[in-house]
Design a protein around this ligand. Structure first.
Ligand SMILES: NC(=O)c1ccc[n+]([C@@H]2O[C@H](COP(=O)([O-])OP(=O)(O)OC[C@H]3O[C@@H](n4cnc5c(N)ncnc54)[C@H](OP(=O)(O)O)[C@@H]3O)[C@@H](O)[C@H]2O)c1
Length: 252
């Protein structure tokens, strides 16, 4: 498929590597220009382009940018054909994105869809960057991590689930965008590296009021130990997320 990826940070870089290695025709952009994109991202044929070019003539556009950058990308996204699939990996962290960015209680992916004026699929948002980079496994491998995928259009969900599988993870249909609060930060499936057997129970156990509380506890813990903006390694990050988000009774 022809895929544009905007964002070459913790998540975007892994998606560029994995999706180009899987044989897709990948164009990639960041905010600073193609000349700033590292050569080691382009080893499987991905091409560094401007953000405008990344959103032109593609079947899939992946947005892996801070949530606060989404409104500024709306004009680019309008270049896409109506049937193209936009996959977004966003999560809302008020500490990073601004406390006023989202109306209280709004589902994050619905807000993204509204900002962009088109349907989106939500995928790869619920895995930490270290696990995404290193813990993918082939289909059928024991203990393969499963990731929730939410979307309102069948074609978007199907494509996003296929791409998730190709990056080394089982894809789980997590329902509509309206239900995707169940995969937001602070919920039991978020950053906890669960399997396909465990994931449905985690989504069902999500607590909408407690999720932001638990999200902020985890930010505090990570900031205390690592400093602001540093992502944890996979093992410690998952252990901390399981402790805070899943509680003592969850069956792993
Ligand atoms: N980190 C995680 O563990 C994790 C896990 C799951 C989901 N997420 C979510 O995924 C998204 C990306 O996270 P991340 O950790 O990969 O972020 P990151 O490391 O900060 O990288 C963000 C990327 O977005 C690019 N960008 C920002 N504004 C842009 C714009 N206006 N136009 C084009 N590119 C722009 C940046 O460009 P420059 O390189 O030029 O600065 C950078 O490449 C966030 O919403 C985050 O919450 C993160």
């Amino acid at each position: 498929m022809k895929i544009g990826i905007i964002g070459t940070g913790h998540i975007g870089a892994s998606l560029v590597r994995k999706l180009s290695e899987a044989g897709h025709d990948v164009k990639v952009a960041n905010s600073r220009g193609p000349e700033t994109i590292a050569d080691d991202l382009l080893t499987h044929g991905a091409r560094a382009v401007t953000a405008e070019q990344a959103a032109t003539d593609v079947e899939v556009l992946v947005l892996s940018v801070p949530l606060s950058a989404i409104p500024g990308l709306a004009d680019l996204v309008k270049r896409l054909l109506e049937q193209a699939t936009v996959v977004e990996t966003s999560n809302y962290y008020p500490q990073r994105d601004g406390a006023e960015l989202l109306p209280e209680g709004i589902v994050e992916s619905l807000w993204v869809s509204e900002q962009l004026g088109r349907p989106v699929a939500k995928a790869w948002n619920a895995i930490g960057s270290a696990s995404l980079a290193t813990n993918g496994r082939p289909q059928g491998a024991e203990g393969r991590i499963a990731l929730p995928v939410a979307a309102d259009r069948d074609q978007d969900k199907k494509i996003a689930m296929q791409l998730v599988e190709q990056t080394g993870f089982d894809a789980h249909d997590a329902g509509s965008l309206a239900e995707s609060w169940r995969q937001q930060p602070g919920t039991p499936c978020y950053g906890t590296d669960l399997t396909l057997e465990q994931l449905p129970a985690a989504l069902a156990a999500a607590d909408r009021e407690q999720a932001p509380v638990r999200r902020d506890i985890i930010v505090q813990i990570f900031t205390t130990w690592l400093g602001a903006g540093t992502n944890p390694d996979a093992e410690w990050g998952v252990a901390m997320a399981r402790l805070v988000e899943c509680g003592p009774d969850f069956q792993f």
